[in-house]
Design a binder for this molecule. Structure first.
Ligand code: ADP
Length: 485
């Protein structure tokens, strides 16, 4: 019974695009038959079909256009008009009565038609809107579920807070990291806030700040100290108001611990290697002198190769030590006043002796006094010039220039070699970073030189950067402030 009621009730069919064809047709064909039956067999008067039929038809048009859209209404209108013409034919309307009867039927037909189009159109429009609303609600719900599953599966902690920081939500991983429950109010801090003031998410909420990779210490309830890497970002509405914020927390305690141990190992290993290599170099020197005295040219040549390889090894160890000094903040400088041009000339002169394939040219410039660590700046120059030689395999020239700009000196080292893609131009200064291009030949190296040089220049309040294009060569620039008079 309920099923039948639901089937007939147009309201329960709102939001469904199932429009019947047969029900309106059968019902609307039945109406004339029932009416005729009533007139001929119950009232026994063919003229008894009166105004009631118009009322029934209006009701049918409204009902079916509301139940089955324009099509339901049109079926009702059409059958009604056909029935009126049937009545005109069978009841002998003629002469003066014919025209008004045809006119009335026509007018009623147009009215029915208008009614069915308007109501049917509205009904169909409402259906579309309801369906769209349901779909968007479903989509939103599915999106929420999807997001929740992703959040729960993420290997990092995710914390979300509303605009006032009053409700908090966190995924499982976050609870594992912090060792406490996060959802709701359980994580209250003494002054009635859920999150401590200095957490990046608080800044994102209060100042709309976006925080990237900030390191933060956190003490768990069991007093265990952990190191977190935190990102945070505000979520803003269309008017730019902060409505919520999200923060990503990554426990990097183990990672940092491993890194520290690796650095310690490199530091220790380089220190351990330094002593035997220094002794080796002394013995090689003694041996070389002995061979020279004995005029043993062949052995002397071999010992010279051993010497240069030992020197290379010594340079590598010294770079390793520098990297580790930078990491531990132990890189120190002995600054003094000197003329930078003389140091550059010296570097050019010495490095020119190491290559017969490249010509190193230094442009003339006026003398500039700087206050810096001579040895370390020499190290930067050596690194840039040897790189320029190494990365221009087609034996082109290397050009050096010393310019002044405001209160600083700019030293440029230009080569016409393989160049560096724009996307790599900042990354080459990272620790152990080397450009790898499968289409190019590989160059030996460990990617420490530019990292060290960058740090040295930075610690002199200068800047080191590169310009150029891949395939066309690179120009490295570094600045140093003038010595104060
Ligand atoms: P290494 O030369 O030992 O690999 P560096 O720190 O000196 O390490 O350089 C880092 C990377 O930068 C190099 O591996 C190389 O890919 C790129 N690079 C440095 N100098 C140049 C240059 N003059 N031309 C092209 N690429 C360079």
């Amino acid at each position: 019974m309920k099923k039948l009621f639901d089937y007939l009730n147009p309201l329960t069919r709102l939001g469904s695009k199932k429009y019947s064809f047969w029900l309106p047709l059968i019902v609307n064909i039945s109406i004339p038959f029932i009416s005729e039956f009533y007139a001929y067999y119950i009232a026994e008067n063919p003229e008894a079909v009166g105004a009631y039929i118009i009322f029934v038809n209006v009701a049918s048009v409204i009902y079916f256009s509301f139940r089955d859209g324009t099509r339901g209404g049109l079926i009702s209108s059409l059958t009604a008009v056909l029935y009126y013409f049937y009545i005109i034919l069978t009841r002998g309307y003629s002469g003066e009565r014919l025209l008004p009867a045809v006119e009335t039927s026509g007018l009623l037909g147009v009215t029915f038609l208008l009614l069915s189009v308007i109501i049917g159109f509205l009904k169909q429009r409402i259906d579309t809107l309801i369906i769209r609303e349901i779909e968007s609600r479903q989509n939103a719900e599915e999106g929420r579920l999807r997001l929740q599953t992703i959040l729960q599966q993420l290997p990092i902690g995710v914390l979300m807070a509303d605009a006032k920081g009053k409700t908090l939500e966190g995924n499982k991983q976050l609870e594992n990291i912090l060792g406490r429950k996060i959802n709701g109010n359980s994580a209250k801090y003494p002054d009635d806030r859920l999150i401590p003031k200095d957490w990046p998410i608080t800044r994102a909420l209060q100042k709309g700040e976006t925080v990237f990779a900030e390191e933060m210490e956190f003490v768990k309830e069991n007093q265990q100290k952990i190191l977190l890497k935190v990102n945070a970002a505000p979520i803003k509405n269309r008017n730019g108001q902060v409505i919520a914020a999200v923060s990503i927390l990554n426990d990097i305690t183990r990672e940092r611990d491993l890194e520290n141990r690796k650095d310690d190992f490199i530091n220790m290993a380089s220190h351990e290697l330094k002593t035997p290599i220094t002794s080796m170099k002394i013995y090689i020197e003694i041996l070389a002198n002995m061979l020279k005295k004995n005029h043993d040219q062949k052995s002397f040549k071999i010992i010279q190769s051993i010497k240069s390889q030992t020197e290379r090894l010594q340079e590598l160890i010294s770079d390793l030590l520098d990297v580790s000094r930078i990491q531990t903040g132990k890189l120190t400088f002995n600054k003094e006043q000197f003329v930078i041009n003389e140091l550059v000339e010296e570097a050019v002169e010495i490095l020119q002796t190491t290559t017969t394939t490249h010509k190193i040219k230094l442009a003339k410039s006026s003398r500039v006094m700087v206050f810096a660590d001579r040895y370390r700046i020499y190290q930067v120059l050596t690194n840039l010039i040897t790189n320029a030689i190494k990365y221009s395999p087609d034996n082109s020239d290397i050009k050096l220039m010393i310019k002044t700009d405001n209160n600083k000196v700019v030293i440029c080292v230009q080569d016409f070699g393989i160049g560096i893609a724009k996307s790599e131009q900042t990354r080459i200064f990272d620790r152990l970073y080397q450009v790898t291009d499968p289409t190019e030949k590989t160059f030996p190296g460990l990617g420490m030189g530019l990292y060290i040089s960058h740090e040295i220049v930075k610690r002199h309040r200068g800047k080191l950067w590169v310009e150029g294009e891949k395939g066309k060569g690179s120009t490295f620039f570094f600045t140093l402030p003038f010595a104060k008079k």
